[in-house]
Write a protein that binds this ligand. Sequence first.
Ligand SMILES: N[C@@H](CCC(=O)N[C@@H](CS)C(=O)NCC(=O)O)C(=O)O
Length: 217
Amino acid sequence: MTITITAFERSPDRGKGLARDMPVRWALEEVGQPYDVRLLSFSAMKEPAHRALHPFGQVPTYEEGDLALFESGAIVFHIAERHAGLLPDDANARARAITWMFAALSTVEPPIVERSMAMLVERDKGWYEERLPILDKRVRDRLDELSGRLGDADWLDDAFSAGDLLMVAVLRRLQGSGILEKYPNLSAYVARGEARPAFERAFEAQLAVFIGDLPTG
Ligand SMILES: N[C@@H](CCC(=O)N[C@@H](CS)C(=O)NCC(=O)O)C(=O)O
């Protein structure tokens, strides 16, 4: 059955692979599933046709037969459940990998996104200069903890899993902040994720959309 995901017609990250279709593309590449991409403008994302798939008018979505999903974490989880390669077979290891998926999206991502949103939309506010160090510290506190937990391991829980996929995708949002570089083990962890052939294929596919090389992934 054909899998179709949605992505930005023109990604605001200018092809850096930070939009959330990227973890979905990466997961599909990891498990060897081909997919089509429907590109959307910002206005099309807010139209009723797209809101029927995504109540918040965002990307990505995922369609496969009569199944329609939204939320990148739920989509990656669905892919990982249906295909081998992203979740371990052992029940406890699988539960731990799923825990890391939640940790990436509900514990590590929020302070990172809050910081980048402030940089995007609050720069002209009187409180910005005071607030930024507070937001920086919240991010660093999480990274301190994550870095301590990862130690010198390659992945968060033995073998690469969907938990690592989402964690690497989240940490990539710190690109250009100068924060991640202070954590050599986390920087190496992100680089390990980015060096995976499936990541590279996903990255190239989303970049091709941005540079107009290829309309779909
Ligand atoms: N929690 C959602 C967040 C989705 C999201 O923020 N999507 C962004 C692109 S990365 C978007 O569509 N932004 C446009 C908008 O919100 O209008 C997920 O993980 O899928």
